[in-house]
Design a protein around this ligand. Structure first.
Ligand SMILES: [Zn+2]
Ligand SMILES: [Zn+2]
Length: 407
């Protein structure tokens, strides 16, 4: 009986793809200073501390090994092959990871599952921090859907806006990559960011996530009365005002009560919504402070700012020794390509069409449980303990996710 996921078959598809396409995979900037790491379809060990000093050597490696997962360091090293402490760190690109794994989305309760390895308890969505049995060892099964991908795209767009508008990053210093699974990676490569240490990167993370944003210092203070409107201002000052405007336009009474806004402020917002919005639009934001008390205003600003902040994985950005997926290679958990999305094309980018680059004639597979999925323009599934014949591009996805095996 075939193993779930039929890794041998998937590996052969990757080999065929790399034989035909490895010549199209470009070298990262300063390839000679990068560390490479790879995972195979068999075994869990990562082959790392690898140096591939030229594009030709990188392409030959990919052709010969057809890895399940390919990574390279965001860092530049004197000697990428040395052990970590002896590598000689010379700098690193600034990298952001926006992955639906880190979001809390309603759809995840429909398509993600977890099982406790210790007591066998099961659930849907994200696993809890600790199981009822006291252990935190979970086996998870994560799928993805268009809503996950849309959410990841939305967060990525917010990040790009902040990087360009607030940090003055130039479009040509930015690369946006579809991760090949549930998210996007944004790389900033410039001499300005290269030598930033972990603390500096932490500051950038806090800024982007609006951590510790205080309403009082964003213009919402009695002291500023009479100053100019802030809606069009740069940085978080303008963004907070815009966030508050968008938020107060749609927020419900239930939500305000949920975040513990004072009853008086809830009443004012519900009763005088048009007036408050007009104030935010036409006058300085401090003009809302007589209507909404400072404590409630802080709660509202926190909740509103979350909608404008980008949900980045903080560890990825602050870790300056990180390995990150190599663009244009294949992702072993989907069979899809890690793709660079040109600036401005993100809103229309459809990974479920563009990143599905291994295609072919039908394959017979046996399913355990697998959700419905669109590949290109065609919908497949859901499947439950049944056999089906699918075009290679769909079969490969379900095999990579281990929801099926060759029949
Ligand atoms: Zn348990
Ligand atoms: Zn989803």
């Amino acid at each position: 009986m075939e193993e779930w996921g039929s890794p041998q078959f998937v590996a052969e598809q990757f080999q065929r793809w790399y034989a035909q396409n490895s010549h199209t995979i470009p070298a990262p900037v300063e390839i000679e200073s990068r560390e490479f790491g790879f995972l195979t379809f068999h075994g869990r060990n990562m082959y790392r501390h690898i140096k591939l000093p030229t594009q030709a050597e990188l392409q030959r490696y990919l052709r010969q090994n057809a890895p399940a997962h390919s990574y390279y360091s965001s860092s530049y090293y004197e000697d990428p092959t040395a052990e970590m402490a002896r590598k000689g760190w010379r700098g690193a690109d600034l990298v952001f990871d926006l992955d639906a794994d880190h979001f809390d989305l309603p759809c995840q309760r429909e398509h993600d599952k977890w099982v406790c390895r210790n007591c066998g308890k099961q659930g849907t969505g994200h696993p809890p921090e600790l199981c009822e049995c006291g252990k935190a060892q979970f086996q998870t099964e994560t799928w993805l859907c268009e809503r996950c991908l849309q959410a990841a795209k939305h967060e990525t767009q917010k990040l790009l806006d902040i990087l360009i508008q607030d940090f003055g990053v130039h479009q040509e210093e930015l690369t946006t990559n579809f991760s090949g699974n549930r998210g996007f990676h944004v790389h900033v490569h410039s001499d300005t960011v290269k030598t930033l240490d972990q603390h500096a990167r932490r500051e950038i993370v806090d800024y982007i996530m609006a951590t510790g944003l205080e309403a009082e210092y964003q213009g919402f203070s009695q002291r500023n009365k009479g100053a100019k409107p802030a809606l069009a201002e740069g940085g978080w000052r303008g963004r907070t005002t815009r966030a508050l405007y968008d938020y107060l336009s749609v927020v419900t009474e239930e939500r305000l009560k949920e975040i513990k806004v004072s009853p008086k402020a809830v009443q004012a917002i519900m009763g005088e919504r048009p007036k408050i919005l007009r104030l935010l639009m036409e006058r300085h934001p401090s003009n809302v402070t007589p209507t909404i008390d400072p404590k409630s205003l802080q709660l509202i600003v926190d909740d509103a700012a979350k909608l404008q902040a980008a949900e980045i994985d903080t560890v990825v950005t602050t870790d300056i020794h990180r390995l990150i997926r190599l663009p244009n290679t294949l992702h072993g958990k989907t069979g899809w390509q890690v793709q660079t999305v040109p600036y401005g094309e993100l809103p229309d980018y459809d990974p479920l069409s563009s990143a599905v680059t291994i295609r072919g004639p039908s394959v017979k597979v046996e399913f355990r449980e697998a959700p419905r999925m669109r590949i290109g323009d065609v919908w497949f599934g859901p499947y439950s303990e049944e056999n089906a014949e699918l075009p290679l591009e769909a079969a490969l996805f379900y095999l990579c996710k281990k929801g099926a095996r060759l029949a």
